[in-house]
Every structure is written in C-alpha cells, then in structure tokens.
Design a protein. Structure first.
Length: 520
C-alpha cells in the first residue's frame, strides 16, 4: 500500500495542472503541483552521507503517474469527440481515450527516466535536470507521432509575470521557468532540513529573478504597427455538428452564412471571415455559391475568407485539402499543412480504414498542403493562416509568421461539444499572438470567435453556441520576436546544457564517493 502513495500523489499533481489551464485558470496551483512532483522525485534520493541514487525506473513511473493525472483530466474532450461525433461506443471510447492518455503519459515520463538514471546525484544536479526534463517532455509532444502540443504548463501564465517571456522563449520557456521554480521550492525543503540556508536562498533568488524579469519584459513591444486599421466581421453560424453534413440541412447552412455576410458587408467592413469548412461540400460542388461570394465582395470592394474543402484532380485521382479561400480583390487559397490524425487522415489507412465507424469520419481523407505557401492577402493585410489544430504548434506558427502582418485562425470546435476543449484551444491561440507579437483573428463555428491583440489579450469575443457576428478593427504589425528567430532550438540547447552540467555534478559526486583501492 505504501508503494502506491507516491504514484497517487504524483497523479494528483498532474491533475492539479489541469486546473491551472482554461477554463479554470487557477495558475498558482501549477507551481504547487510541479513542486509536489519534484518533491516526490527528490524524496526517492538520499543526498545525505550514504548516497542512494534515484532509480530511473522509479522516476519514470512517478512521472508516468503525473502524466495520467494530467492527460486523464485535461484531455477528456477526446472521449467526447470519439463517442459524440466519431460514432464509437462508450466502451470503445474509453479504450481509445485510455490508450491515448497512456501514450502521452509515456512521452512525459521518458525524460525523467534519464533524470533518475544519470542526472540526480546531487541537489544541484536535480535542480538543473528537473526543468530540462520537463521541457523535453513538452517538446517531444510537440512533434513525436505528428505531435499533440496540448496542456503545456506555460499556457496558465498568459496573465502572470511570466507572460513577458513568451516572445523570447514561447510557452516552452515559460514551462521551463515554472519547472525550475518548482524544483527550487522542493529542494528548499531538503536544504532547510539540513540546516543549509545559503543554497535555498540562492535557488529561490534565481527563480525570483526570472519572475521579476518576466514582469519587466511585459513592457517591451517586439513588433510595431504598420498600415491603417481595417474593419473585420466574423461569422459564427453555430451549425450543429450532427447536422453539418446532412443534405437536408445544407440550405439552412448557406442561408445562415449568406444572411450574416450581407449584414456585415452592409456595415462596410473590409473583410468577412467564415470558419473552417463552413460549407459542407467540396469546392468543385459549390461553384455557383463561390461565384456569388466573389461578386458580393467585388461589389463592396471587400474580401471574404471561408474555410472550404478544396478539391483538384491529380493523376486521375481527386485530391482534397482542408483550405481557406479568399474571395474578392486577391483570390487565393491556403491549404492546411498540419493535419489531425483520424479526424483528417487515418494512419495505417490500409489496415484501419473501415474497421470501425470512427475510422471513417466524413473528413478523414484530407491531404496536407505544401510547405512554404504564401500568406493570404485580404483587406490589405498579409495573414498568417492556421486552420484549427495548426494554431497549437508554437514552432509552426513562429516559423511562418515572419512575413505576415497578423494571424488568422479558423476552426470548427463543434467536435469538442460542450467540453473544456474549445476553451483550451482559445487559450493556445492567445499564446501564439503573444509569442509572435501579432494581432490575431479567430473565427469558429460554435465559439469561441474572438479578436486577440498582440499582447495576448482578448479584445472582443462571442459566447459559445450562439449564432452571431462580431466586428472589430485591427492593424497589421511587423517585426520579429526572439522566439520567431530561434524557435525552440535555443531552448533545446539550453536544456541539453543543463543536463550536461547536471551530469558533471553527478559524476563528481560518484567519484568522490568511490572507495579507495588498497595499493598492493
């Protein structure tokens, strides 16, 4: 029974991290949760006279338990999507969701095996290695198996002093600082028990400097306004996901978007934006409608952007993209690059396609768009465009935003139902605005449709599950934030440097404790 106490506490620590994120936003719990997790790992090691090394296997399982707590509570919307709209039974939904949680927990835990194995022989080594491993766990999840960059600890700090670090180090860097601060807190308890007052003072002072530095950095503008503000209208049609693809509901869908667009253009907006795959049909099937959109935009000297399933024939086969199309002064199309597994394509398609209904979703045949696509230009602004899932990838957005004036993300969060998923999704979009120093426009089917300024603040927002429009003016911004210039590469180098220093401290400890050989 005693063996289960620490894993249960680790799982509780992971679950507490969910409460730091949207919609709960109890951000101080993040420091407490990570300090608890760090303390549990540290308690496995005796840094006293007789050294008892932390087992790599034990460190892995404690971190794995923390991952179960985090993803088992924070990604509950996966079950909602699988069962509510993916056609899976509750039992299959539990099985698939559980497997998903286990995989993510293993990604989080793998770096901590290394911490226990090689990087924890001294308190200093632990202090350096703990935040490095936390970063590596989040970084791995941003790209491994196509990536699931969700539930990063740094998202809780959009409105705290640490937000100042986002343009320099992104959400990854904020998580790094948070983990370092938590490790310092956990180790302070150990040091004080040893009546050592100097080392906890130094560690906590270093953490405090990082927090104070973040508050100071919040005053820095890394980008500057360019051009005149433009008026933009967003359409939130609130189309129920269960009705979206029904042929008999298609007329109502077109009516909602058409009426809202006419109303917005009558207000002389410069741009109207529809959400992801606003029209439940292929581009080739909607020629009459898209020609009407082009005519409406031209008559008002405006632009319309709509999410659409763009299809083309290649080598005799129909290729379909999840796209955003501009109608008006500069017609152009952007094709989504980062696709959602199972939702937009089926991994191991030859094996899984047709096996169960979940592997036959209406949009699970999408092809990714090419890299290096030019920004969409509408209303005189070059838009960095991100469809649904793409906005949650820090490096993808940072790398492609350099030649843009503003960020545009369109999504259909009806897949999440009334879960916490859409609120988390919105929080991540806010972080991308802060990381790139650009204003962001977000148009969704069921909410949250919003305007976000370049500091990550919500300027205007529509509530969920309401059919409505939203109008605001934004300006383009130019300039490069430090994170846009380096991506996560600099942080990866810093994490590896921390691990190298931790390893050096561990080796010195082992050398000092090695028994002297009796000279013969």
């Amino acid at each position: 029974m005693k063996l289960l106490i620490k894993p249960v506490l680790a799982a509780i620590a992971g679950a507490l991290l969910t409460l730091t994120l949207a919609p709960f936003d109890y951000w101080p719990l993040g420091l407490i949760a990570l300090a608890l997790f760090a303390g549990l790992l540290a308690s496995e090691t005796d840094w006293g006279g007789r050294h008892k090394p932390l087992s790599g296997r034990r460190a892995f399982w404690l971190a794995f338990a923390a991952g179960i707590g985090l993803f088992g509570t924070g990604a509950t919307w996966v079950y909602v999507s699988i069962t509510g709209f993916g056609g899976a039974s509750p039992a299959l939904g539990v099985l698939l969701s559980g497997l998903f949680v286990l995989i993510l927990a293993a990604m989080l835990a793998t770096p901590y095996y290394l911490l226990g194995r090689w990087f924890s022989a001294t308190p200093l080594a632990f202090l350096l290695a703990f935040p490095a491993c936390w970063f590596l766990g989040e970084w791995l999840r941003s790209w491994l198996f196509s990536g699931f960059p969700w539930l990063f600890s740094g998202y809780a700090h959009l409105d705290t002093p640490l937000a100042g670090w986002a343009p320099l180090a992104s959400v990854f860097g904020i998580g790094f600082i948070l983990a370092f601060s938590a490790a310092a807190l956990a180790l302070a308890v150990h040091w004080l028990r040893q009546r050592d007052y100097r080392q906890p003072a130094i560690a906590l002072a270093a953490a405090a400097v990082l927090w104070i530095g973040g508050a100071a950095l919040k005053q820095v503008d890394w980008t500057e306004a360019t051009g005149e503000p433009v008026s933009i209208g967003l359409v939130q049609a609130n189309i129920p996901q269960e009705k979206k693809w029904l042929p008999e509901f298609r007329g109502e869908t077109i009516r909602r978007y058409g009426t809202a667009t006419e109303t917005l253009l009558a207000q002389d907006v410069d741009l109207v934006v529809w959400p992801e795959v606003a029209l439940p049909m292929l581009f080739s099937q909607s020629k009459t409608l898209t020609q009407q959109l082009q005519k409406m935009a031209e008559e008002k000297n405006a632009d319309i952007i709509s999410g659409i399933l763009f299809d083309r024939i290649e080598d005799g086969r129909r290729i379909i993209h999840n796209s955003a199309a501009v109608f008006g002064r500069t017609p152009h199309v952007y094709h989504k690059r980062q696709l959602v597994p199972f939702g937009e394509y089926v991994p191991l398609e030859d094996i899984l396609r047709g096996l169960i209904e979940f592997f036959n979703l209406p949009t699970s045949f999408i092809r990714p768009g090419p890299e290096g696509q030019a920004p969409l230009r509408a209303a005189g602004i070059d838009w960095g465009t991100y469809i649904c899932y793409e906005i949650v990838y820090p490096d993808l957005v940072a790398a492609s935003a350099a030649n843009t004036d503003a960020l545009l993300t369109i999504s259909n969060d009806a897949w999440f139902g009334s879960s916490i998923g859409p609120l988390q999704h919105m929080q991540m979009a806010r972080m991308r605005a802060l990381e790139t120093g650009r204003n962001l426009v977000r148009a969704t089917n069921t909410g949250l449709t919003a305007f976000v300024d370049y500091r990550g603040n919500v300027v205007a927002e529509l509530p969920q599950f309401e059919q409505h429009t939203l109008v605001a003016s934004i300006e383009g911004r130019r300039g490069i934030t430090p994170f846009m210039a380096t991506g996560s590469t600099l942080l990866l180098g810093l994490a590896l440097a921390f691990l190298a220093l931790a390893r050096g401290a561990s080796v010195r400890r082992a050398t000092m404790q090695a028994p002297l050989r009796n000279p013969a």
